[in-house]
Design a protein around this ligand. Structure first.
Ligand code: LR7
Ligand code: MN
Length: 619
């Protein structure tokens, strides 16, 4: 998960070939740089949380999500059924004793006051010059504070912070076994090994069949023979090597093909599993093999390696925007009496951490192996699960930390187009007529070759999957797009002030609230410069989430749209006048271009208050 700032420089930075690929993907320096970017695909809501580590949904005014009970058989006519027998018998009450759930390896005792123990932050005060250099080197190589990571024991104890109901929970017999599959490309030693130890020390021996480390052609020295030798001593861990750089999707497929457990559990290579993380996932799958489970993903801070902890009520679910990016949202209307240990359905998943029955994984079409490097596969799988008869859930008793980084430290063979291509494959196969919504927000995507889709379209047919409209109506009804009849004008708004070169621009690829609207060189790429004027008088931007423009003092900021969930508030009503002014109805003031900002001023007959609409070219 990353959280990039958009660079406002228009210059193309010429750097070494490898580095330039990196820049193409991770910054937005060039106007010719096409289409969607990773920052639009993943929004790290978890970088902005409270001190106590709990995301505060209300304060952040997040979209809320409610999922009705769906996907029982009656609602699924036509969908091909998975006939695998459940592992758990419906009425069996036989449970495991604590002794039977002993981990593979007993966690060695660490000093409670050691660095990072109990998930506490490690801060380095006044580092010496060599230490500073070391810290910088770590950031450069891994996009996290490797020096801090190295100081923390590979066996650190996170404490048992689970809700009372989870700690008291007994787990039914006999649960399926699992293979844990961890793919990596040039991962740091400390994170990779801490991931491995956290699995070994927190997973019952009877349930953990193996850990498969899939090396996606890493070049770092410590991941070559040193890793092989080290792993020799770590039963049941083994390393599988990709012959060439394959991307995380193909690497996971290779790991799955090697695995022998009943259930596949995928983890990123910089995770930490907490006490009791595995049993809840396996129990749900044991009851119903068509349920795909994710743990609660906790934030491990990339600088201090502090790990947060989320109680059941505050567990967030996964959602998506029209650009097919992933986002987090609070649970909607969580029933007051909902037990803290009850699983929570989720419209999408982040993608890196999940458990899925092995046979069901293949029944459902594993992954699209034409997707390369990074991105899109999590949304593809989320849609496929729901639309083809499965269920996606998060278990509030299962907690796994993940180091959230602000950039990817590795190269991206193929550049930014690979991500666009992956996402296009999702839009074209799974969105039906709604793919138009995706393309409207990403007008350049059509220029990126999508590859052959025959096999994936055939898969969707063979599985008898439901429509995207069904998904919208039943799984994520809060994803709204104004119908064509409500869109008065959509596209760019050129300020007449400087020969129409500058456009209204949100500078807000993460879709945040309260962000000031300004001006930027018109680029024709949609995204930050794509606004809809609706029949209801709103100025909407919704490629990440539904934002409406509202004056705040003399500025104009992004707010959550109220319509269609309620009626349009006065503050969000605008009039685009005959002469080309944006007049705010409530205050009677007009938008005026003032250098690179836009200000609310008394309406005047001046060029700086005139705006020209230009539609975006979508083909
Ligand atoms: O070419 C590559 N080959 C790899 O093996 C690129 C990456 N990888 C490995 C990498 O070393 C890591 O272990 O793949 C894993 C994921 O890559 P990250 O950690 O750089 O990505 P991320 O955490 O930003 O990615 C999230 O989105 C991805 C979309 O393709 C994947 O689904 C990741 O698994 C996913 N991570 C999570 O869901 C963790 C929670 C983050 C959130 C939200
Ligand atoms: Mn990751």
């Amino acid at each position: 998960m990353r959280f990039y700032r958009r660079s406002r420089l228009k210059t193309i930075v010429t750097v070494l070939a490898v580095v330039s690929v990196y820049f193409l993907v991770y910054t937005r320096l060039s106007d010719s740089d096409e289409g969607l970017h990773e920052e639009e695909l993943k929004i790290d809501r978890r970088n902005s949380q409270n001190d106590d580590g709990l995301p505060d949904a209300d304060a952040r005014n997040e979209p809320l999500v409610q999922i009705p009970a769906v996907n029982d058989e009656e609602l699924n006519p036509g969908v091909r059924r998975f006939t695998g027998k459940p592992y758990l018998e419906k009425y069996s009450k036989d449970v495991y004793t604590p002794d039977e759930l002993k981990p593979w390896v007993e966690k060695p005792r660490t000093s409670p006051s050691g660095p990072g123990e109990y998930g506490k932050a490690v801060k380095i005060n006044n580092p010496s010059e060599p230490e500073s250099a070391l810290i910088k080197q770590g950031w450069d190589r891994h996009a996290f504070n490797q020096h801090v990571c190295d100081k923390i024991s590979l066996h650190r104890f996170l404490g048992d912070k689970r809700d009372q109901e989870c700690r008291a929970r007994k787990w039914r017999k006999k649960l399926p076994t699992t293979s844990v599959i961890i793919v990596f490309h040039n991962e740091a030693w400390c994170t990779l090994l801490r991931t491995v130890y956290s699995v070994l020390e927190n997973s019952p021996k009877v349930l953990l069949k193996e850990i498969i480390l899939v090396d996606d052609a890493s070049t770092h020295d410590h991941l070559q023979s040193k890793l092989d030798d080290y792993v020799q001593t770590l039963h049941p861990v083994r390393v599988v090597r990709m012959p060439e750089r394959s991307g995380l999707i193909r690497a996971r497929l290779a790991g799955a093909a090697e695995s022998t457990g009943d259930v596949l559990t995928f983890l990123d290579a910089h995770c930490e599993c907490a006490v009791g993380w595995l049993e809840p996932l396996l129990e749900r799958i044991g009851e119903d093999r068509t349920v795909v489970m994710t743990p609660v993903i906790e934030v491990i801070d990339s600088d201090s390696f502090a790990m947060g902890f989320t109680s059941a009520k505050h567990v967030q679910v996964g959602i998506l925007g029209w650009s097919l990016g992933f986002n987090w949202a609070a649970q909607k209307n969580r029933p007051a009496g909902k037990p803290n240990d009850a699983p929570i359905t989720s419209p999408t998943m982040a993608g890196g951490l999940f458990a899925m029955d092995r046979d069901y994984f293949y029944f459902l079409g594993s992954y699209d192996d034409q997707m390369l490097v990074w991105g899109g596969e999590n949304i593809e799988m989320s849609l496929r699960i729901w639309m083809c008869g499965g269920t996606l859930e998060t278990h509030p008793c299962s907690h796994v930390g993940h180091v959230f980084r602000k950039r990817a430290p590795y190269t991206h063979p193929g550049g930014g187009n690979v991500i666009v291509r992956n996402v296009r494959r999702v839009a074209d196969v799974w969105m039906d007529e709604y793919s138009a919504q995706y393309y409207r927000r990403n007008p350049r995507a059509k220029r990126v070759a999508v590859g052959d889709l025959t096999a994936r379209k055939q898969l969707r047919k063979d599985l008898g999957c439901k429509s995207f409209e069904w998904y919208l109506n039943n799984i994520y009804p809060d994803l709204y797009a104004p119908p064509a009849a409500d869109i008065v004008l959509a596209g760019e708004w050129h300020s007449e002030a400087q020969n129409g070169r500058y456009c209204m621009d949100s500078g807000n690829q993460n879709g945040q609230l309260g962000v000031k609207t300004g001006l930027y060189v018109c680029h024709g790429q949609g995204g930050n410069q794509d606004y809809m004027l609706t029949r209801q008088g709103e100025i909407r931007q919704d490629f990440v989430k539904e934002l409406c423009l509202e004056p705040s003092g003399s500025n104009i900021v992004t707010k959550s749209c109220i319509y269609p969930h309620g009626s349009v508030p006065a503050a969000q009503k605008w009039e685009f006048t005959q002469s080309g002014q944006f007049r705010h109805l409530d205050t009677g003031r007009c938008m005026e271009a003032v250098e690179m900002t836009i200000q609310m001023r008394p309406c005047l007959d001046t060029l700086a208050q005139l705006w020209r609409h230009k539609a975006l070219i979508t083909d």
